[in-house]
Ligand binder design. Structure first.
Ligand code: APR
Ligand code: PHB
Length: 389
């Protein structure tokens, strides 16, 4: 069973789905192949901060009606350290706001609005002839073996996908940095205790207070990379959050409630270069991973596929391959800026516990970024995100 399309997209996460809509808007045919079920993909709880570039792009595609109704718009974040809270006025310093709207909500909106070929629950996806006329072979949900011949393959299949692995050994260079911590994340049926996000540096470790709605809070705790979630009953989680979010202003209280979802996520920085090989183009987590401290993962994935969609549009319209040939170089400029910012936020906010020199550097950086307008502006412009390419 062989079919044909212009662009074969592997993965129905933010990268794959935004790319599909961008191509559809430009009259380019594509097929999306996803190994998980629709319900699984829509239920995956991930991050929730959207840069203005992401919101503007989704709006331009007509995919942001629910987002604009339900999102929370924030004009600042709070850095808490040494018991004192300091607000970074993002909009005042960088001219743009941030949007709080769950990644799984974005994915639900993108799937609901998609009326093109999107095959869930596929298996055994394999790529061939990447330097010629690529073929994607796979088994569909009914167990039927199929082949999809395409001009181009977009590898939007995340860090654990097959696309990056399909590139011959020796072609890619991987740049990687691991961190001595992970994040224990919870989603709680509890009203947020702050109107804006709180990034807390404490002697007990980092904590983040975020949210999803006026009744649902999203919070994280720095834990060991090998942390066992079974050792964290609800009471211990809430007690640790209260301890790390405590401040000299005794009036502040952390509201708690039933924990709806919990998980431990490892933290790493990872980039492969180049992000392309032949007619295969990697986008999003398939090409790079950032620590979540900068809230960049989804936004970087969207920026990649905007570059790819623009390059494909030029190629199909005029035969000009310059955009495709420069894809990796164009994406990596933003990728490395975001990698640095995410590493910098992570290094500043996560005590390692055993090095007084590191602790002194962290406190010095936190004092500087909350007392110097220039330093705070640098944080703000990176946090709200730079305009898309
Ligand atoms: N075949 C088909 N689909 C696959 C395969 C495969 N072999 N391997 C993985 N997938 C699917 C996954 O099930 C997932 O739905 O590819 C999709 C990749 O989506 P993400 O992992 O969300 O990656 P991306 O779209 O790049 O979005 C990056 O998502 O993981 C978060 O923190 C990350 O916020 C960032 C964003
Ligand atoms: C989230 O709301 O999930 C979130 C917010 C900010 C981050 C990471 C995650 O830096």
């Amino acid at each position: 069973m062989e079919t044909r399309t212009q662009v074969g997209i592997i993965g129905a996460g933010p990268a794959g789905l935004v790319l599909a809509h961008l191509l559809r808007q430009r009259g380019i045919d594509c097929v999306v192949l996803e190994r998980q079920s629709r319900s699984y993909v829509e239920a995956r709880i991930r991050a929730g901060v959207l840069e203005h570039g992401t919101v503007d792009l989704l709006t331009s595609l007509g995919l942001a009606d629910r987002l604009h109704r339900q999102r929370m718009v924030h004009h600042g974040i709070e850095l808490l350290f040494a018991g004192e809270a300091h607000r970074i006025p993002l909009t005042e310093l960088a001219g743009r706001e941030i949007t709080i709207y769950g990644q799984h909500e974005v994915v639900k909106d993108l799937i609901a609005a998609w009326d093109g070929p999107l095959h869930f629950s596929v298996s055994d996806v394999q790529l061939a002839d990447l330097t010629g006329e690529p073929i994607i072979s796979y088994v569909d949900v009914d167990g039927v073996a199929r082949r999809l011949r395409c001009d181009v393959v977009a590898g939007c299949d995340g860090f654990h996908g097959v696309s990056r692995a399909a590139i011959p050994a020796g072609v890619l260079t991987a740049h990687e940095r691991d961190y001595p911590h992970a994040w224990l994340g919870i989603l709680a049926d509890a009203p947020p205790s702050s109107e804006e996000l709180i990034y807390a540096h404490s002697s007990r470790g980092f904590a983040l207070h975020s949210m999803r709605s006026p009744t649902v809070t999203r919070m994280y705790l720095q834990v060991r990379p090998d942390e066992n979630l079974d050792e964290w009953p609800d009471d211990r989680i809430w007690a640790e959050l209260r301890a790390r979010l405590a401040r000299s202003d005794a009036g502040w209280q952390l509201a708690d409630g039933p924990i709806l979802e919990r998980s431990v996520a490892a933290m790493r920085s990872f980039v492969v270069s180049p992000m392309q090989h032949g007619q295969l183009f990697l986008a999003g987590d398939a090409a790079h991973i950032v620590p979540p401290t900068g809230a960049k993962g989804l936004n970087l994935a969207v920026a990649d596929v905007k570059v790819l969609a623009d390059a494909l549009t030029g190629w199909y319209a005029t035969g000009d391959r310059s955009g495709l040939d420069a894809y990796s170089e164009t994406c990596l400029r933003r990728v490395w800026r975001v990698q640095h910012f995410s590493w910098w936020m992570t290094s500043m906010l996560h005590p390692t516990g055993d090095d007084p020199f590191d602790l002194a550097l962290q406190l010095s950086q936190l004092r500087y970024v909350t007392s110097s307008r220039a330093a705070a502006t640098s944080l703000a412009e990176n946090y709200v995100g730079f305009p898309f390419p």
